[in-house]
Design a protein around this ligand. Structure first.
Ligand SMILES: [Zn+2]
Length: 145
């Protein structure tokens, strides 16, 4: 009887020990995976910083191999600026080029710094259609004079 209990006791202890080992192993694997993920994030962040540095430094003269990506960033930046202006226009506002204050599109001068406000062109499609005859009219007028 006591032998049986000893055996059972031993088995339980061994099982407990091996479960403990497994748990410990899993814990260190999880810990290592966590550290790997953190290192990968660090790499990505540093790549991002290097990319930003490269863009800021070489955006006007990028290497041919990477020029397409550099120009794509510039195009996105320009598009964002244009869309932000469009949002302001929809809201009836215009941004002061001098101080950045958002002023009513009805005003001629900035309410904050007094600079003359540069008004955006009227809605895109109409502006393109209207601009061409207006330009030719102007040049014709200039030629006649
Ligand atoms: Zn201003």
């Amino acid at each position: 009887m006591s032998d049986i209990f000893k055996k059972i006791g031993k088995t339980v202890t061994e099982t407990g020990r091996s479960v403990g080992e497994k748990t410990k192993q899993m814990g260190s694997v999880a810990k290592l995976n966590g550290k790997i993920t953190a290192s990968e994030h660090s790499i990505e962040e540093n790549y991002r910083i290097i990319g930003k540095y490269y863009y800021d430094t070489y955006k006007n003269d990028p290497d041919a191999e990477i020029a397409e990506k550099v120009n794509a960033i510039t195009a996105s930046i320009d598009a964002i600026a244009e869309m932000k202006d469009q949002i302001l226009a929809v809201k009836g506002l215009v941004k002061c080029v001098n101080c950045g204050a958002e002023c009513s599109i009805e005003s001629d001068f900035c309410g904050k710094c007094g600079a003359k406000l540069v008004k955006p062109e009227p809605p895109v499609v109409e502006a393109e259609e209207a601009a061409e005859p207006a330009e030719s009219e102007v040049s014709e007028t200039n030629t006649e004079e």
